[in-house]
Design a protein. Structure first.
Lengths: 237, 390
């Protein structure tokens, strides 16, 4: 049984039909990536999984339970955490408070402190900024904080929306190394990316989205070598 | 090149950090309170000095000085009244960007709850046997519970179903709730025998405290007095502000309130139950309003169903003056407005030889100064650029 499974999910923004029957699955321990152009529905998919949007049709299953009618906080309670597009750091909370909000539903104080140390081991910069307001961080630091914040909820699956957006190339490489490391430590990851080359290089499997539909699927390697993908998303001819 | 390693901050929260996060904002408020009291006092003395020749019967400077401590105490009481009510407006605005225009009526219901408690205690014959501090604690708690629950119910019934509607719709709903509460309370007050002008019965607070004697001339001295009810108001308000700052700045729930205020969808992605936090905000704001209502009732002695309108409006202005959505801002705005009113009410008549007799002009002058402040600083005294949400 897949850890996370979407079955024929249709999501609308008002009258706009954004997801037109998406089906895919994520197995425990994988990195799965959704790639596609702007407006293909990648972020919409993540927002639907997290419960910010409710699908008009279709089902979402997580660990054998249907979650597509649950409010966002109950989906988080089941272990689905998201680092949203544009980072969405709480600008007037400190780095510490941002991280504490990631662990909002947890009561184990010792475990929370332990996980905070784990986040600092991944992102030492955050420890230096601990009592600074989130809004004063640089873009790269905010991205680290957004990922760290989601990790604080001990995710069973971590949804990452465009972690490379707006970052310098050297920082992007660094963030992706850390994403792989997080996965190797045992966290399942669903990664949404415009930077298809990088995403496919670390993903076990991938799905290609075009205007609300999945048009291609395969392992990261297969997709990276697929001529259509090369032409459309990797800029090769 | 050797660079000294920066000491890494400890991950665990220390007591010092907690205290700093509670008293830091209160320190800011304190500076504003003392600052505005000093500025207004100096300004008034200056005017008195300049107008000294206009009155033959009294020495304006001396008269100004003699009543100054009383005016400051009066300003503090008015200020804390506005501040405690303004907090309800500003907190709800912070999480919902919505002005709860029924908040003045929530204050009024708190005052009526206190009046009802007083009348029950009188009829059971225990009121005057109660020690004053115990009475104050019980009455304030009753007001807080009644108004807090009322505010939560109003949110659930009249605002939450309209959450997705255009902004004007919940505003109209709030005005409706406001009218409903005024006339509902009027009906209940008349039927229950409390009456339209309900007496706010309290145990005897005793004579005012004489703090000092100010010698005016060789054979005359004016006593500096502090009314026990005013003192009660100030002490209770300060305690509530400390508690509120602790809750909002040093607890997880408070952090969640601020997170919801800054970015509601992302807060829900953190696992925060946004509806619960919004209800909590109404509970806190309502409880503060209810406490203010009871303290107001204790101080003035009677309450009526329309008693919430003007303080509500002024507290709203205070919240805007301080920077709407900003919690220390609401406290500062309330106290500054209170001082302005007290100074105008006490000194205008004196300075104009009675041509403008004080109290009725207090509102005009206070609101005019406010308009000026808002023209030059539209985000409010402590306002940051919170209005631009991405």
């Amino acid at each position: 049984m897949a850890l996370l499974e979407l079955k024929n999910v249709h999501t609308y923004y008002g009258n706009i039909h954004a997801l037109k029957g998406i089906s895919f699955s994520v197995e425990k321990g994988e990195i799965v990536t959704l790639i596609g152009a702007n407006g293909a529905g990648k972020s919409t998919t993540l927002r639907t999984i997290s419960g910010l949007l409710t699908p008009r049709q279709g089902e979402i299953w997580f660990e054998g339970q249907r979650i597509d009618r649950l409010p966002p906080h109950e989906i988080v309670a089941r272990g689905v955490l998201q680092s949203p597009e544009g980072r969405r750091i709480f600008p007037r909370l400190t780095v510490r408070e941002n991280l504490e909000m990631g662990a909002y539903q947890r009561k184990d104080k010792a475990g929370i402190l332990q996980d905070m140390e784990r986040v600092f081991a991944l992102f030492p910069r955050l420890k230096e900024r601990l009592n600074q307001k989130g809004g004063t961080l640089s873009g790269g630091e905010q991205q680290m904080l957004a990922i760290g914040r989601a990790l604080m909820g001990r995710p069973r699956v971590l949804l990452l929306d465009e972690p490379s957006m707006g970052l310098a190339p050297v920082l992007v490489e660094q963030i992706f190394d850390i994403i792989r490391e997080i996965n190797q430590q045992g966290t399942t990851i669903l990664l949404v990316e415009q930077n298809a080359r990088l995403a496919l290089s670390i993903a076990h499997r991938g799905y290609v989205l075009e205007t609300g539909r999945i048009v291609l699927t395969g392992t990261g390697q297969e997709l990276a070598n697929n001529p259509q993908v090369k032409a459309a998303y990797l800029g090769e001819h | 090149m050797a660079v000294a390693a920066l000491p890494t901050p400890t991950v665990r929260r220390t007591l010092r950090m907690t205290l700093a996060s509670v008293f830091g904002p209160l320190g800011q408020v304190f500076v504003f309170v003392v600052g505005s009291a000093i500025v207004l006092s100096i300004g008034t003395l200056l005017i008195a000095f300049l107008l000294r020749g206009t009155r033959a019967d009294v020495d304006l400077v001396q008269a100004t000085l003699v009543i100054l401590p009383q005016v400051i105490i009066d300003g503090l009481v008015r200020g804390f009244l506005f501040a405690t009510i303004a907090l309800g407006y500003t907190m709800v605005y912070g999480v919902l960007e919505f002005i709860n225009f029924a908040h003045g009526e929530i204050f009024m219901v708190g005052a009526f709850a206190g009046a009802a408690l007083g009348s029950i205690l009188v009829s059971s014959g225990v009121l005057n046997a109660l020690p004053v501090p115990l009475y104050v604690v019980v009455a304030v708690l009753v007001g807080m519970v009644v108004s807090g629950l009322l505010a939560v119910s109003i949110e659930r019934v009249a605002y939450r179903p309209l959450r997705g509607a255009p902004r004007l719709v919940p505003l109209i709903s709030a005005i409706g709730v406001s009218l409903l509460l005024q006339d509902g309370v009027r009906l209940i007050a008349n039927l229950s025998g409390l009456g339209f002008n309900a007496r706010f019965q309290t145990p005897n607070f005793g004579p005012p405290l004489r703090l000092a004697e100010i010698p005016v001339s060789e054979d005359r001295a004016i006593p500096l007095i502090l009314d026990v009810r005013a003192l009660t108001f100030i002490v209770a308000a300060i305690l509530m502000l400390v508690a509120l700052n602790y809750l909002v700045n040093a607890t997880k729930l408070g952090t969640a309130i601020r997170a919801v205020a800054q970015d509601r969808p992302t807060a829900s992605l953190m696992g925060i139950n946004v509806n619960q936090i919004i209800a909590l905000t109404f509970l806190i704001g309502g409880a503060l309003g209810g406490a203010a209502g009871v303290l107001f009732g204790i101080r003035v002695g009677t309450v009526n169903p329309y008693v919430g309108f003007l303080p509500g409006l002024k507290a709203f202005t205070a919240a805007v003056l301080g920077g709407i959505g900003n919690i220390p801002g609401a406290m500062v705005g309330g106290i500054v407005l209170g001082f302005l009113e007290a100074f105008v009410a006490s000194y205008l008549s004196l300075m104009t030889a009675g041509a403008f007799s004080g109290a009725s002009y207090a509102d005009i002058v206070a609101f005019s100064i406010l308009i000026l402040i808002l023209i030059f600083r539209p985000s409010g005294l402590l306002g940051e650029a919170v209005s631009q949400k991405v």
